[in-house]
Design a protein around this ligand. Structure first.
Ligand code: BES
Ligand code: ZN
Ligand code: ZN
Length: 509
């Protein structure tokens, strides 16, 4: 899809099949069409004014009307923006996503948005442009690896028409479109990996994808196989991956050198890469178990983050670490009651083999901290069902040892629509994961503060380094339960949650 910004008015563009306008929610006993839609209303012979007056078009969030222009192969699309006061970049991302999906369904190939009608003096036009560009590109994504698309043909061209009102912002808008294009590219590339099932996307496969990406972007990639992990003392990752006879574990390290020279900061980004989480010996119930192919989402997001960092040439150095293993039951699986020694010597008492993410991450976190001395560590993991119970699908859980880091991540969450909700992390939670026979235990006997105690467990492995943990269990993929609540641009399956978020955070450093 080609995305462009022009100074012209949308209606002056000869070759677009639809002009898209935004309408905020009409209220009151006599709803009226805003004057700014006058030119559009003229094109459809006053239909808009009448339709608004009789309540047929209301501008409600999610509302879309497609009005054919009399005698012409052109349409006017009216997109409801919801109440004035709640309009923000994320709303525009969603609106743009719904519009292109609708357009694709109608086999339209080109659209022009009248940008000033979408910003409404409330959203910065350049921010609006980024958001709408992302919304369009991400909403058109389909996972077609195993089945051709059901809607052949797609929207090939989207124009943001600034008109005389916003024409002077053209250069800024174009700059943002370029960034949005690179970001969306990283996300859809990651979606194609994240959506793959476990019989294809094994730990070794993820390592290969990292290598291929490293080659393309000039990034250093190191892969540690099971022998090397044993030599390094990574007993956590080895324990989790030990049950799989076909897909042994890997630790994958991707390094982006940064643009800031010796003085720039180093950010470590660690991802949970469980290519399939059956629960292991503590096996999960059958229902929804197939969703556990998405238990690698943190690691795939890390790949996307490194790709975005390289494409956008962000200043800080970024080290990505993927902790990849398949968690399945067999004669060689780790067992409840086992005690394993992780990189650096800390020991874990395994009480539940289904709490494997934290065990796999322990090695990646402590290895990264000891070998690269990062200034900041951020991990992403589909870590706990408890986080989904607490927050649902709207926000990921944020746990942080540093308030500044938490604030920056929350701000990036608001800017990108990849929202976070900060959760507490207190000394008592560390006490809760203390084990009688090892440094920590991986599960409690009772279902208490499940997301928080998982975070407390991870904290054990990052020392004093400022650290944030994102529990993305509810936001990483859109399963059948979440489809109704997912944003238009999320597509079902792997979302790529965390890529735009962390790219925004890294850009700001
Ligand atoms: N991968 C799961 C967490 C998960 C659940 C992700 C639902 C996405 C959707 C994780 O490994 C797990 O099984 N956690 C257990 C921990 C428990 C055994 C302490 C959980 O949340 O039930
Ligand atoms: Zn599990
Ligand atoms: Zn898991």
């Amino acid at each position: 899809m080609k995305l462009e910004a022009v100074r012209a008015e949308a209606w002056d563009l000869e070759d677009v099949e639809a002009v898209v306008v935004g309408l905020t929610e009409r209220s009151g006993p006599e709803p009226a069409l805003p004057r700014s839609l006058g030119p559009d209303d003229q094109k459809v012979g006053g239909y808009l004014k009448r339709a608004v007056a009789r309540g047929e078009i209301r501008g409600k969030r999610g509302e879309l009307h497609v009005v054919p222009l009399p005698g012409l192969d052109r349409r006017l699309i009216v997109a409801g923006l919801g109440p004035d006061r709640s309009l923000d970049a994320e709303e525009l991302r969603r609106v743009a996503g719904s519009v292109v999906r609708q357009a694709r369904g109608r086999r339209l190939r080109s659209l022009a948005f009248r940008l000033p009608l979408f910003t409404q003096g409330r959203v910065d036009p350049a921010d609006a442009a980024s958001a709408m560009a992302e919304g369009c590109r991400l909403a058109l994504y389909e996972f077609t690896r195993f089945k051709p698309t059901e809607t052949p043909g797609t929207v090939e061209r989207v124009v943001l028409a600034l008109g005389p009102e916003q024409g002077r912002l053209l250069a800024r808008v174009r700059g943002n479109l370029e960034t949005a294009g690179k970001l969306s590219e990283a996300v859809v590339w990651a979606r194609d990996i994240g959506n793959l099932p476990a019989n294809v996307a094994s730990p070794a496969f993820l390592a290969e994808q990292a290598r291929a990406m490293g080659k393309e972007f000039g990034l250093k990639v190191t892969v540690y196989d099971e022998q090397q992990l044993a030599e390094m003392g990574c007993g956590g990752l080895l324990a989790v991956g030990g049950g799989s006879s076909t897909h042994p574990p890997r630790m994958v390290v991707v390094e982006y050198p940064g643009q800031g020279g010796a003085r720039s900061r180093t950010v470590g980004v660690v991802g949970k890469g469980i290519t399939f989480d059956s629960g292991g010996i503590s096996i999960k119930p059958a229902i929804h178990m197939s969703d556990m192919k998405f238990d690698k989402s943190g690691a795939v997001a890390v790949l996307g983050i490194l790709r975005a960092a390289a494409a956008l040439k962000v200043r800080p150095r970024v080290i990505g670490v993927l902790c990849c293993a398949e968690n399945v039951p067999s004669g060689s699986s780790y067992r409840p009651g086992d005690v394993v020694r992780t990189f650096g010597g800390k020991t874990i008492e395994v009480l539940n083999t289904d709490a494997e993410g934290r065990v796999a991450l322990s090695d990646g976190l402590s290895w990264l901290n000891a070998t690269h001395h990062p200034d900041i560590i951020i991990d992403l993991a589909t870590l706990t069902g408890a986080c989904v119970t607490a927050l649902g699908f709207d926000s990921a859980g944020l746990f942080a040892t540093d308030d500044g880091l938490a604030r920056a991540l929350l701000a990036s969450g608001e800017a990108t629509g990849e929202r976070l909700w900060r959760m507490p992390l207190k000394p008592v939670h560390h006490e809760m994961v203390r084990s009688d026979v090892a440094d920590v235990k991986n599960s409690l006997e009772a279902p208490l503060a499940g997301a928080i105690t998982a975070a407390a467990f991870l904290h054990t492995f990052v020392g004093d380094t400022p650290w944030a943990h994102l529990d993305i269990a509810g936001t990483a993929y859109v399963g059948s339960g979440a489809a109704r609540f997912a944003p238009s641009y999320a597509s079902s399956g792997f979302v790529g949650f965390g890529i735009r978020l962390l790219a925004d955070y890294l850009k700001g450093l």
